[in-house]
Design a protein around this ligand. Structure first.
Ligand code: NAD
Ligand code: IPM
Ligand code: MN
Length: 353
């Protein structure tokens, strides 16, 4: 029997709800596939800011490096006036999220957007537009404007700087071309080269990697404004999208509309020794404690953890099939169905046995 040590950063508001639902499912899947998962629940997020004075305590950083994979919920407070939004930038919960990504060196964030035929009716888009969507957004995760210096918030001036080094663009471009090779063989690189120097740099470096290493793969470039419109109106044209940290953040929330809810999209952050796996949504303070948080994004992130982090492909597939089947029989509330978190978790477990 294989044993794995999973560092768990549940986070805030709906974070613990979607994490515990996913662990319930993971335990059943592990048993079926004869693997053993040990969970190390660690302080992280706004609750850790309150209890430890830091959203990413040192003990959490250390324990993550010793784990086989890190499974993350979601963290942060409500938007606007909240004590967690009033602390120094380096103590903000969101700095803790950026901090753990940087600490693990996970520069590539894979955000798949797939619409299964039997679930296409859950999309608010016309069924024929959503049906068949199978795109992978590859978001650069440890560079760009999220990390650029100088950065300033003073009385009369706000400043953030977008910087990309050649090696950062080259390595994320390679992840995209390698991904496209396993899919439809087409990469769409999204930038704002018409306005930003850093955008033209991005486009030139991606073009260079294509020419010298991946000329057999198709490459197209789109400006981000047009890309947003194309994703919403004709998502099937896309195979693999590669883009910057901030554009990837925005475009993936937009792409969540295609399957029907922000609550269903998972992600895998890779490129370091240990992977970090988290849904793309936030802590949803507006629905916390109501029993209606959709756990699918975290469950599918757990599947990505099994596949990309632990090489347990069969177990990953079991989760994906269980979730798909439970969604088909009774969708969660955010998708227009009746299932709350607990009902959905139960249904997905029943779908396995
Ligand atoms: P959000 O993603 O938390 O919520 C946006 C909307 O989507 C809300 O209406 C919410 O109820 C809904 N939603 C999100 N996840 C859902 C789910 N699983 N099931 C059902 N509905 C769901 O975005 P926000 O309100 O902009 O951010 C709230 C906090 O989360 C902020 O502090 C933000 O910084 C943080 N955040 C954290 C992460 C993370 O931990 N990885 C990601 C994004 C945002
Ligand atoms: C995400 C989130 C984070 C990001 C924030 C909360 C730091 O929006 O994971 O999509 O922008 O990366
Ligand atoms: Mn986001």
């Amino acid at each position: 029997m294989k044993n794995y040590n999973i560092a768990v950063l549940a986070g805030d508001f709906i974070g613990p709800e979607v994490i515990e639902a996913s662990i319930e499912l993971l335990d059943v899947v592990a048993k079926k596939h004869n693997i053993e998962l040990a969970y190390n629940r660690l302080p992280f997020g706004g609750n850790a800011l309150d209890s430890h004075g830091n959203p990413l305590p040192q003990e959490t950083k250390d324990a993550c490096l010793e784990a086989d994979a890190v499974l993350m919920g979601c963290s942060g407070g409500p938007v606007g006036d909240h004590p967690w939004n009033k602390v120094a930038r380096e103590l903000r919960v969101e700095s803790g999220i950026l901090g753990i990504r940087k600490h693990l060196g996970v520069f590539a964030n894979l955000r798949p957007v797939k619409v299964f035929d039997n679930l296409a009716h859950l999309s608010p888009l016309k069924t024929e537009i959503a049906k068949g969507t199978d795109l992978m957004i590859i978001r650069e995760l440890t560079g760009g404007i999220y990390f650029g210096k100088p950065s300033l918030n003073s009385k009369d001036k706000g400043l953030s700087t977008m910087v990309y080094e050649r090696y950062e663009v080259e390595r994320i471009a390679r992840v995209a071309f390698e991904t496209a090779k396993t899919k439809g063989g087409k990469v769409t690189s999204v930038d704002k080269a018409n306005v930003l120097d850093v955008g033209q740099f991005w486009q030139d470096v991606v073009t260079g990697v294509h020419k010298t290493e991946y000329s057999q793969t198709e490459l197209e470039h789109l400006y981000v404004d047009n890309a947003a419109m194309q994703i919403a109106s004709n998502p099937k044209q896309f195979d693999t999208i590669v883009t910057t940290n901030i554009f990837g953040d925005i475009l993936s929330d937009l792409a969540a509309v295609i399957p029907g809810s922000l609550g269903v999209l998972p992600s895998a952050s890779i490129g370091g020794d240990i992977g970090l796996f988290e849904a793309i949504h936030g802590s949803a303070p507006d629905i916390a404690g109501m029993g209606i948080a959709n756990p699918v994004g975290t469950m599918l992130s757990a599947a990505m953890m099994l596949r990309h982090g632990l090489n347990e492909n069969d177990a990953a597939l079991t989760i994906e099939k269980a979730v798909q089947s439970a969604l088909a029989s009774n969708p969660t509330k955010d998708l227009g169905g009746n299932a709350g978190t607990a009902e959905f978790t139960k249904a997905s477990i029943e779908a396995i046995s």
